[in-house]
Design a binder for this molecule. Structure first.
Ligand code: C2E
Ligand code: MG
Ligand code: MG
Ligand code: MG
Length: 289
């Protein structure tokens, strides 16, 4: 409304909003060059098997190393990329890069970590209707087996009620790509999602995990989510685990996998591989091969 320029509109256009909108336009503008200039990078955060401590997979999280502003969080630029349509090119780069890294890690004798990388997808990427084919093409271009990649999708209104999205997801699963429902519990349509889509993993949002310790109601919710996920044939990954107490409560509740700062922050590739090398006992490393 403020943009309309009417006298009333301008009254609401505070200095703070002006700055935010300026920053937004600046970032949006810079976003177009960032891909060409190679300013994006993937960091990796391990998800561990709670019982054994063995790394189960690595989640790829994109970072933007902006020449003037430094490291920018995806929470700030992914929405801009979605609005501007750049998410299609950026998403292709992210998937290609994840596939390249996965192939490299799984090549004979090169890496202590030889399992799956999971990639976050924006719901927008499904809108063109044949994203399943695009994903498969990109993986085969990189020589990446589908089993080496998993995808994470968030519940979003966009995905609601969409037969097209359902069939794309089903095709990806049929091709051997595992699917995780991310940030479970934060959206509007969590339950109807579970009814419509079959998925391999449910990731409990960190807001529930972090409040489990203080509020019995949150603990009850987490426990119920885990029981429900298991009944639906899904494995559970708890996000944002920061304390041993949280980990213990999750273990008691039967959660299979954990991810969070307690174990590791998202790391650049080399640091992740060092972490993987020290986290795996020789026996674990052998089992992973
Ligand atoms: P997400 O997929 O739910 O990723 C988990 C976020 O929680 C990451 O933030 C991670 O750094 C953070 N996190 C992990 N452990 C902890 C913890 O113990 N405590 C706290 N406080 N935070 C923790 P990040 O990397 O800033 O990513 C934010 C969101 O941006 C992601 O949420 C995802 O929705 C989106 N995103 C990240 N990378 C990509 C991508 O490559 N493509 C798309 N489409 N979205 C992405
Ligand atoms: Mg995720
Ligand atoms: Mg999440
Ligand atoms: Mg998220």
């Amino acid at each position: 409304a403020a943009k309309g320029g009417g006298r009333n509109g301008l009254a609401f256009f505070t200095e703070d909003m002006r700055e935010k909108s300026f920053e937004r336009r600046r970032l949006l503008n810079d976003l177009y060059d960032a891909l060409q200039e190679g300013q994006f990078e993937l960091h990796f955060q391990p998800a561990l098997e709670l019982q054994s401590g063995v790394i189960h997979k690595a989640e790829a999280l994109v970072r933007w190393r902006h020449p003037a502003f430094g490291m920018i969080s995806p929470d700030r630029f992914i929405p801009l990329a979605e609005e501007s349509g750049l998410i299609f090119d950026l998403g292709r780069w992210i998937l290609q890069e994840a596939a390249r890294v996965s192939v490299r890690w799984n090549a004979q004798g090169t890496s202590p970590f030889r399992k799956q990388i999971s990639v976050n997808l924006s719901p927008v990427q499904f809108l063109n209707g044949h994203y399943d084919a695009i994903v498969m093409d990109q993986l085969s271009l990189q020589g990446c087996q589908p089993g080496l990649i998993a995808i994470e999708i968030t519940e979003g209104l966009l995905l609601d009620d969409s037969e097209a999205v359902r069939s794309q997801l089903n095709n990806l699963r049929a091709a051997g790509i595992q699917v995780a429902l991310d940030d479970f519990g934060t959206g509007y349509s969590a339950m109807s999602y579970l009814k419509k889509f079959s998925m391999d993993y449910l990731k409990i949002d960190r807001s529930f995990v972090q409040d489990m310790v203080d509020a019995d109601s949150n603990k009850a919710i987490v426990e119920a989510i885990i029981v429900m996920a298991h009944r639906l044939g899904m494995k559970v990954i708890a996000e944002g685990v920061e304390t041993m107490v949280q980990a213990q409560l999750l273990r008691d509740a039967g959660c299979e996998y954990v991810q969070g700062y307690l174990y590791s922050r998202p790391l650049p590739e080399d640091d992740f591989l060092n972490f993987a090398a020290s986290a795996h006992s020789p026996a674990d490393a052998a089992a992973a091969r």
